[in-house]
Design a protein around this ligand. Structure first.
Ligand SMILES: [Ca+2]
Ligand SMILES: [Ca+2]
Ligand SMILES: [Ca+2]
Length: 334
């Protein structure tokens, strides 16, 4: 039997975050939020424990969630109220990490302790920068080029803070709007990847074919994005192949593309190759920002008959199967 007497090697990262808009304002962070790849000679990384200030959870309760504090060098039970005031720790066995609450803005020296399964420990010191809880609302609309709002689009805000990225869904009219902490840079993206067949028919194939043959060019750059089914930056016969398989029911998705793509409204779409801006960049959010809009492009639909408020992914195909139980799927997908 080998006894592990060597402490883990901590590897930590400083963190910036903001107070949440709660009353009273607070932010809860997990010791693991500061980990950047600590390792040990015996314990695998996924089995390491993380706490603050060298304070271990109550050993007999290590497999249950509990609040604890250190009194005279010993970990003892604490209350949720003490935790909310930043006077105790919370142990979460599922993440093998302690949590702690900060209730005021400021820069803090934080000691993150890493423990192996033999309870050897070492720590690293990092700086936590907690910013004031003031936030600003960022809002916009996701709509097709013809102005129809698209619902259930996932709008994601990313920034360098542990509680991010954060995502929300657009409402039935395609709008989104949420308060985010000031003082951060954000990258905002939109995504929707359901119901590939929505709005895609043989008429679209005909129009794309006429474009490829030079008989009638697609008359908007957004239509070029829609026609580029295999997402290779150009509109060719390969796109027709992928779309035809979709229409015939041979495939239910496009192998190289999502069902929707989103361009930042008001930014140019280049067509050779097809290229466009897919993320909104916000620098140092400091005040309300409205009209952060995206243009939604349904891949494969160049004549614009997509239904922008289809809720459940694949609902059309399901209905179709019921109606055509005895017939081939080729009949039902039109
Ligand atoms: Ca060890
Ligand atoms: Ca293509
Ligand atoms: Ca169409």
């Amino acid at each position: 039997m080998v006894v592990d007497k060597k402490a883990p090697t901590p590897y930590c990262v400083s963190v910036s975050t903001a107070l949440m808009q709660t009353n009273p304002q607070m932010v809860e962070l997990w010791a693991r939020d500061f980990d950047k790849g600590a390792f040990d000679n015996c314990t695998p990384q996924s089995k390491l424990y993380f706490t603050f200030d060298g304070a271990a959870p109550i050993y007999s309760r290590v497999n249950e969630e509990h609040f604890y504090k250190v009194v005279g060098g010993v970990s003892v039970n604490a209350t949720a109220a003490e935790y909310a005031q930043g006077k105790a720790y919370r142990w979460l066995p599922t993440s093998r990490s302690a949590g702690f609450v900060w209730t005021a803005a400021g820069d803090y020296n934080v000691q993150v302790s890493v423990w192996d399964e033999a309870w050897n420990t070492d720590y690293c010191s990092v700086i936590l920068s907690v910013r004031g809880g003031n936030g600003s609302r960022v809002s916009g609309t996701v709509a097709t080029a013809s102005g129809q709002g698209v619902n259930d689009v996932t709008v994601e805000f990313a920034t360098n803070a542990p509680e991010y990225p954060k995502a929300s869904q657009t409402l039935v009219n395609g709008t989104f709007g949420e308060i985010h902490p000031n003082g951060f840079n954000y990258t905002v993206t939109a995504a929707k990847n359901s119901d590939y067949l929505n709005g895609v028919s043989t008429l679209d194939l005909v129009m794309i074919q006429r474009h490829i043959l030079g008989l009638q060019a697609l008359d908007s750059n957004y239509k070029m994005i829609a026609a580029d089914a295999n997402k290779d930056g150009k509109v060719t016969a390969s796109d027709l192949t992928d779309l035809r398989k979709l229409i015939l029911g041979v495939t239910t998705t496009l192998p190289n593309n999502t069902s929707w793509r989103f361009a930042v409204a008001g930014t140019p779409v280049q067509t050779s190759p097809i290229a466009f801006t897919e993320a909104i960049s916000i620098t140092n959010l400091s005040s309300e920002m409205a009209d952060q809009n995206f243009v939604a492009v349904k891949i494969g639909d160049v004549n614009g008959n997509v239904s922008p408020s289809v809720h459940s992914p694949g609902s059309k195909q399901k209905q179709c199967k019921c109606r055509n139980e005895r017939s081939r799927s080729i009949n039902c997908s039109r």
